[in-house]
Design a protein around this ligand. Structure first.
Ligand code: OKV
Ligand code: MN
Length: 247
């Protein structure tokens, strides 16, 4: 039996084939798993559970069918879909876990998180994160009419894109550093939670890193994005494998 981990699907109407790939993955593989963990950025954007979206409805139905088949489905919010709420969770049949969370995975404690908390060198992003995690600010945003939220989100996405391309022009090497995890924060996170294994997404740099924290050997597994193909971590009691899913 296998536990599945995915993240960073960034489902969006502009990439319908990826939504189809995800629906096929749920139908053909997740249905038979021990559990399915979605570690954030399932959706490219999320401006409230009340936003009409045929794709979000289809995904909710398919996830609900997986849960209904007896496979627990867990979700950690990402930096794009941080406004996914209890209403959508109920429709999709998943449980929302705090970021980070430690789970028992075949007898071993494993830390799960989206991964943005590890990117402490991106000071501007961490500021955006702190602001948009404020419950008062969130409630105020969500109370606005849909049209106002759509307009606001478009502006936020345009500003973010402008900032990213500016940063890339400044210095490609520093962009690569700033948008990856900060090694000191990775070490601190392993130490803080007393685990030797963590799984996260967000950076879109799929890899299995072996590292040493103090005198302990640790493993950091990074899930890949679903822009061109799928990415899934399959874990059994025997071991793990980080695989791509062809379209
Ligand atoms: C998500 C990101 C856009 C990064 C939320 C206040 C509140 C606006 C919002 C608008 C944008 C989410 C909700 C989106 C992530 C971007 C651009 C950059 C770096 C609040 C004001 F209430 F939470 F505080 N938004 N949308 N970005 O389009 O999904 O993660 S979004
Ligand atoms: Mn992310």
């Amino acid at each position: 039996m296998t536990t599945l981990f995915i993240s960073d699907l960034h489902l969006d109407p502009s990439r319908p084939a990826i939504t189809e790939l995800f629906l096929a993955f749920l139908r053909d593989e997740a249905m038979q798993a021990d559990a399915l963990y979605i570690l954030g950025d399932l959706f490219e954007a999320w401006i409230g559970d009340d936003t009409p979206s045929a794709a979000a409805d289809a995904v909710a139905d398919a996830l609900h069918a997986v849960a209904e088949a007896g496979v627990p489905v867990y979700f950690i919010r990402g930096n794009r879909d941080f406004l996914v709420g209890n209403d959508y969770a109920r429709r999709a049949g998943f449980r929302i876990l705090p970021d980070p969370s430690v789970i028992d995975l075949y007898g071993r404690p494993v830390l799960l998180q989206h991964g943005d908390l590890l990117c402490t060198d991106d000071v501007a992003y961490q500021q955006f994160r702190a602001q948009t995690r404020d419950p008062v600010f969130q409630a105020q945003f969500l109370s606005q009419p849909l049209a106002a939220r759509i307009a606001f989100a478009q502006k936020a996405r345009d500003a973010s894109q402008a900032r990213q391309s500016e940063m890339k022009q400044d210095d490609r090497a520093s962009f690569e550093t700033v948008t990856d995890v900060a090694p000191a924060e990775v070490e601190a996170t392993f130490a803080r939670h007393g685990v030797d294994t963590m799984i996260h997404g967000h950076t879109h740099r799929p890899a299995i890193h072996a590292l040493q924290v103090g005198d302990r050997p640790c493993t950091r597994i990074v899930l890949g994005d679903w822009y061109e193909q799928g990415s899934v971590l399959r874990v059994t009691a025997q071991g793990w494998s980080l695989d791509t899913l062809a379209r």
